[in-house]
Design a protein around this ligand. Structure first.
Ligand code: AHG
Ligand code: MN
Ligand code: MN
Length: 341
């Protein structure tokens, strides 16, 4: 019989990867594991329970209407982190400001956590996959003092761990601590995440492109030409278009099958839509660890120095050769004139 490795066992085994962490990062990942199981349970009954379905009517800082499950997931992750002592503060897509954990034990915590508690929330009411994205940094401010904004405004390269949960036909937790990417599937009958996708690698090439093509007319010339390239009849093309509208789910599929996801800048949203700290950085870290690539169309996502908490950037992420290709088009049609100025 094949030996099953649970996420709990895996975390304990991998503790030796972090000699500096003395089990703290492991304990932190365990807390995330528990919170995501609780959110998974609620997501699974979203269609059943009228009281958790539909809009809460509250609008978040991005001007979007929060669904009730967004609130639930947000509070669940915050309270499960607050109950521990590894984290001194959190930043969430759903909160305007950073959340400072002021219990003295928490002020001794060495890490901060950034989270998109529920990604793809427009898909909640229609039984389509949604997710959670998280990112962990070591704090910059001195241990024993309250967390500061500076702790959260680090480049993606400084992440010590990042991951996502996809609440799909099954629930999966995928994460990296900088030593490759591993995926765990929740066995609902025993409530345990089991290692199902060890050492995930993103194929260097793919035949899927994921973009909201309804916005085509607002894209730059380079992006438009790349989309046309995807649709051309040539060796291996046209590619298939696949767009779920939940970044986590689109990224997860492309990670396994090979593909590219992009949310470019456009006339509608000059900085794109996705948030650097809660969405782009964590997925870029995972892509990089799986052999893929993530950029904003100009530079690596992981090298961007954040200037505000809820900053947005364009995103091109996926199979390395596909991201290289879209860059050829952007360089030729969008940046060439600029470079010659
Ligand atoms: P969130 O639900 O956290 O606000 O994120 C939604 C994001 C992302 O998941 C998705 O890929 C994208 O928004 C879809 O945007 P469009 O509807 O503009 O294509
Ligand atoms: Mn999101
Ligand atoms: Mn969200």
């Amino acid at each position: 019989m094949k030996k099953v490795v649970t996420l709990g066992q895996f975390i304990v085994k991998k503790q030796e990867d972090f000699p500096y962490a003395k089990g703290e990062l492991s304990s932190l990942l365990s807390a995330l594991r528990l919170a995501s199981k609780i959110v998974s349970r609620e997501v699974n009954k979203a269609g059943l329970m009228d009281d958790i379905r539909g809009s809460s009517g509250v609008t978040n800082i991005q001007g979007e209407t929060q669904m009730k499950l967004d609130d639930f997931a947000n509070l669940e992750f915050i309270s499960s982190m607050m109950a521990r002592e590894e984290i001194c503060g959190m930043a969430s897509e759903e909160n305007d400001d950073i959340i400072i954990f002021d219990r003295p034990e928490c002020q001794d915590g060495k890490y901060v956590l950034l989270i998109d508690p529920l990604d793809g929330s427009s898909n909640i009411n229609v039984n389509v996959s949604i997710g959670t994205i998280f990112s962990i940094y070591r704090r910059i401010s001195p241990v024993g003092t309250p967390a500061t904004l500076e702790d959260f405004m680090q480049r993606g390269r400084e992440q010590v761990a990042a991951g996502y949960v996809v609440y799909g036909s099954s629930t999966m937790l995928v994460f990296t601590t900088g030593n490759g990417v591993n995926g765990f599937t929740l066995d609902p009958s025993i409530g345990t995440f089991c290692l199902s996708h060890p050492d995930m690698k993103m194929p260097e090439d793919g035949s899927i492109y994921s973009v909201n093509e309804g916005n085509y007319r607002y894209f730059s010339e380079g992006v438009k030409r790349y989309i046309k390239y995807c649709q051309e009849e040539a060796e291996g093309r046209p590619y298939s278009a696949r767009y779920i509208g939940s970044l986590v789910a689109d990224f997860h599929r492309n990670l396994i099958k090979g593909g590219i996801y992009f949310y470019p800048a456009s006339g509608l949203s000059p900085r794109g839509k996705l948030r650097l700290l809660y969405e782009n950085n964590p997925l870029a870290f995972i892509a990089q660890q799986a052999g893929g690539r993530a950029t904003d169309g100009r530079m690596d996502i992981l090298d961007i120095r954040p200037s505000e908490l809820h900053e947005r950037t364009p995103l091109f992420i996926g199979s390395k050769n596909m991201v290289d290709k879209v860059h050829e088009f952007i360089d030729l049609y969008d940046l060439k004139g600029e470079k010659n100025k």
